[in-house]
Design a protein around this ligand. Structure first.
Ligand code: HPA
Ligand code: ZN
Length: 337
């Protein structure tokens, strides 16, 4: 099954580049820049990754991001992720970055973007991995700060596919960013938003109605509003779900309790993603495998989840069709144990 999942062509649509910062790279960059981290070994860092909720994770995640300082650091971070993605059979990525966690430390926006972009182009050349970049606003910061960040990004908008919304959800509803998203959409950018991870189902509805997002990141709490689930089904709005993340952040006690399989069986366009794999104990394939082993997903359901990942992507229709055919070919010639 592991080999079947590895060989299955897949897209990853919910991945925070800062969340791919493995302890070894964090320690190397801390030494390079003479920055003190709270722990000095890989084992100690890993051991500290025990979270009680979203905020306890964000505190550690945002603090660790401080070791990223120059263009080479952002390049190294992104390159390492793409190498891993390639080894897992990922052929297309739509990745988030959090410019504000760097610009607020006086790292230039172009330093962050330049390093990431160089690695994405290399990943395309070396591994054939296509990509889209999604600029996330930190929702615990003000709307005015988000607007300033958007202004910094607009001269480079050809390199950015969409805007997104991450960080602390509770108390920071979609309405707070309605103007920023309107401006971004007016400039031709697409939109996504984290909603319904720790926030209520109404945040999912507001992300759709007020921010006019193309898809919802997480969205697990949509089930608290049956009419919303009907709408997600009817309008085929994708949810980018992250099972291992949700268990680590105590959204569900166990993968066996996750609602991704139930929503898939309802006919929703749900997808599997890894969110912050350096912190949550697995990359994309480990998430697929957990859904198979702990939630009992069948091979047909795993294939449907992979199909959904392309359908939900920002790829143009001909490329989506090409990958869906590639999945059909793969399934036809690959026996499942
Ligand atoms: N939720 C909100 N903010 C985040 C996440 C998440 O899962 N990962 C990184 N920033
Ligand atoms: Zn996320």
């Amino acid at each position: 099954m592991e080999a079947f999942i590895r060989g299955l062509p897949k897209a990853e649509l919910h991945l925070h580049l800062e969340g791919t910062l493995e302890p070894a790279l964090a320690l190397r960059l801390a030494r390079k820049h003479r920055i003190e981290l709270p722990h000095s070994t890989i084992a100690e860092l890993q051991h500290s990754y025990q979270f009680t909720d979203l905020q306890s994770f964000l505190d550690i995640y945002l603090a660790a991001s401080k070791v990223l300082r120059d263009e080479d650091d952002f390049h190294a971070l992104t390159s390492a992720y793409l190498r891993r993605a390639h080894s897992q059979g990922i052929v297309h990525v739509e990745v988030f970055f959090d410019p504000q966690s760097h610009t607020e430390r006086d790292i230039a926006f172009v330093t962050v973007l330049g390093g990431i972009r160089r690695a994405l182009l290399q990943g395309e050349r070396e591994f054939g991995i296509s990509h889209r970049l999604i600029l996330c606003f930190l929702r615990h910061l003000s709307a005015a700060e988000a607007m300033r960040t958007l202004e910094q990004a607009l001269p480079h908008k050809a390199m950015i596919a969409a805007v997104g919304l991450d960080s602390t959800e509770s108390g920071h509803p979609p309405a707070k960013f309605a103007d920023v998203f309107e401006r971004a959409r007016g400039e031709g950018l697409l939109a996504v938003a984290h909603a319904g991870e720790e926030g209520p189902a109404s945040y999912v509805r507001d992300a759709l109605d007020l921010l006019k997002v193309q898809r919802i990141d997480h969205g697990v709490r949509c089930e608290e509003d049956p009419q919303l689930v009907d709408r997600l089904l009817r309008e085929r709005i994708p949810l980018t779900m992250c099972p291992l993340s949700n268990v680590r952040l105590k959204v569900f006690p166990r993968v066996a309790d996750h609602n991704i399989r139930r929503l898939l069986q309802r006919g929703l366009c749900v997808t599997i993603n890894s969110d912050d794999p350096a912190y949550f104990g697995g990359y994309l394939n480990e998430n697929y495998l957990a859904v198979q082993q702990q939630l009992g997903a069948t091979p047909d359901e795993l294939v449907q989840l992979a199909r959904n990942s392309f359908e939900a992507s920002f790829l143009p229709t001909p490329q989506k069709s090409r990958w869906l055919r590639a999945i059909d070919d793969y399934v036809r010639r690959t026996p499942v144990q």
